[in-house]
Design a protein around this ligand. Structure first.
Ligand code: ZN
Length: 205
């Protein structure tokens, strides 16, 4: 990783409340997962202890647009904080999916999620201090519904502009989805008591 980008990734991990000792393990793992994804064009996922930086279980593989992390979720140690990390190998890359957000909001052990895009942009999603883990099943359902509504309302609101840019040959589909999902997360994260950041890929990659 380019030194300037590495500094920005560290600053962003810090801003998401991830302790210093876990930064190096996450950065090494992110580079490794991205390399494996580039070769196979399939998503890769790992679960990492936010206390020790150690991985829980093995790296899981998925298809080009999703990876099932149920095996990791089932193995979480109760009351232990984790960072979920995975790749988005589709071109060029895009921020968090709705399913990704459901895991940050709905799985108490997952305190932060880091996505590494095909182009080496890094994405971060974590819970703000204002986020309290919902006590009842009903509260939990309401929160997931809110993620669903905010996410899709914002996509619907912003998509026509990008459809026009793609239709006019200004952007390709991948670049449009990259920009669209980034804007959507910038716009909705705080209202969901989440923090969202992107660290761009180094120029020229
Ligand atoms: Zn994802």
């Amino acid at each position: 990783m380019d030194p300037g980008q590495a500094d920005r990734v560290r600053d962003t991990l810090r801003a998401h409340g991830i302790r210093e000792g876990v930064h190096d393990p996450l950065m090494t793992l992110g580079a490794d997962l991205r390399e494996r994804s580039r070769r196979t064009r399939k998503e890769r996922a790992a679960m990492v202890s936010a206390r020790t930086g150690r991985r829980l279980g093995k790296v899981l593989g998925g298809d080009s647009s999703r990876v099932d992390i149920a095996e990791h979720i089932a193995a979480l140690v109760p009351d232990h904080p984790y960072v979920q990390m995975h790749t988005h190998p589709a071109s060029p890359s895009a921020a968090f999916s709705e399913r990704d957000a459901f895991n940050v909001v709905g799985v108490p052990g997952i305190e932060a999620m880091v996505v590494v895009g095909a182009d080496d942009a890094w994405y971060f999603l974590s819970r703000l201090a204002a986020f309290a883990v919902p006590g009842t099943e009903r509260e939990q359902q309401a929160r997931l519904r809110r993620v669903h509504e905010d996410f899709w309302n914002e996509i619907d609101r912003r998509k026509p502009v990008y459809d026009a840019l793609v239709g006019g040959g200004v952007l390709d589909g991948g670049e449009a989805s990259h920009r669209l999902t980034h804007e959507v997360w910038q716009s909705i994260a705080e209202g969901l008591n989440l923090r969202y950041d992107r660290v761009d890929a180094p120029k020229g990659t």
